[in-house]
Structure formats: structure tokens, C-alpha cells
Write a protein that binds this ligand. Structure first.
Ligand SMILES: [Zn+2]
Length: 156
């Protein structure tokens, strides 16, 4: 599309929005700014595309869950969840060694759950007890590895 075609299309869209009762000084300012950006651009199609991408990104941001910061659901929703929030991958980088997620199902007995691997926890204190145990466990795994590989070296 030429710059003139795009500007014509923008004017048509603007007129249609005004006709639909969406007119406002803010809308006029928006269309004037887009017109200016497109008219001054050496790549009017690219500029219009970039503006559209920006609008989509902003809208999806505003679409984010208003209740749970870690909920990844967008738009109107009743069940909240966030999967793949945190994870440690295996050596291949393809498999998940351990991951964490959050789920809050709606309903009468709505309760929040944090998942660590396949285990589910219903309060922060329980999560902290298990992660403390895991920290100790991970140190023990390091020590196990040191022993096994040292013994293996000694054998050969
Ligand atoms: Zn949510």
C-alpha cells in the first residue's frame, strides 16, 4: 500500500469510529499521531505494522490477571493458573527436572495451591518446609556425587 492508501484507510477507520459513537479528543489525537508517523515514515507499511504490534502488546498487558500476579491466564477467567513459571531443565535442556506452578480453582471452597513438581501445597509455610528439605537434599546429592566419582577414580 502507498502512503496515500494507508492515510485514506486511517481516515475511513477514524470516520467509522466517530460514526459508531467512539469519537473523542483522545481518539482524534491518536489518529493524528498515527497519520503523522505514517506520513513521515520512509516505510509506511512497516510503521503501521509496528504501531499495530505495539497496540496488541499493550492490550494483552492490560488483559493480564488483575488478582494473581503469577497467573498467566488472560482475559476474563475464574480459574487462575500459572504453569512453567519456574523450572530447572535436565542436562539435555529438553526435559524438565523440576518445576513450580500455581493454581487457584474458583468455586465455593476456592483455595490457592503452589505446586512443586507433582506435590501440591496449600500455604507458604508448607512450601518453605519442603524447599528447606530440598536445599539439604541438594547438598547431600553433591556429597554423594563427590563420593561416587572419587571412588570410581580410585578403582580405575
Ligand atoms: Zn488469573
Amino acid at each position: 500500500m502507498t502512503t496515500a492508501d494507508i492515510l485514506q484507510q486511517l481516515d475511513t477507520n477514524h470516520a467509522e469510529m466517530n460514526a459508531a459513537g467512539l469519537g473523542s479528543p483522545t481518539l482524534d489525537a491518536f489518529f493524528n499521531e498515527v497519520r503523522k508517523q505514517v506520513a513521515e515514515s520512509p516505510d509506511p507499511d512497516g510503521t503501521l505494522g509496528a504501531i499495530a504490534q505495539l497496540i496488541i502488546r499493550e492490550c494483552s498487558k492490560n488483559d493480564r490477571c488483575p488478582i494473581y500476579r503469577d497467573c498467566t491466564e488472560t482475559g476474563p477467567h475464574y480459574d487462575h493458573s500459572g504453569f512453567d513459571l519456574l523450572k530447572v531443565m535436565d542436562e539435555t535442556g529438553r526435559g524438565t527436572l523440576i518445576d513450580a506452578a500455581m493454581v487457584v480453582a474458583s468455586g465455593e471452597e476456592s483455595r490457592a495451591t503452589v505446586c512443586l513438581g507433582d506435590a501440591e501445597f496449600s500455604d507458604a509455610a508448607s512450601v518453605r518446609r519442603k524447599t528447606a528439605e530440598l536445599r539439604v537434599f541438594l547438598d547431600q546429592v553433591d556429597e554423594l556425587a563427590d563420593r561416587v566419582f572419587a571412588d570410581h577414580e580410585g578403582r580405575s
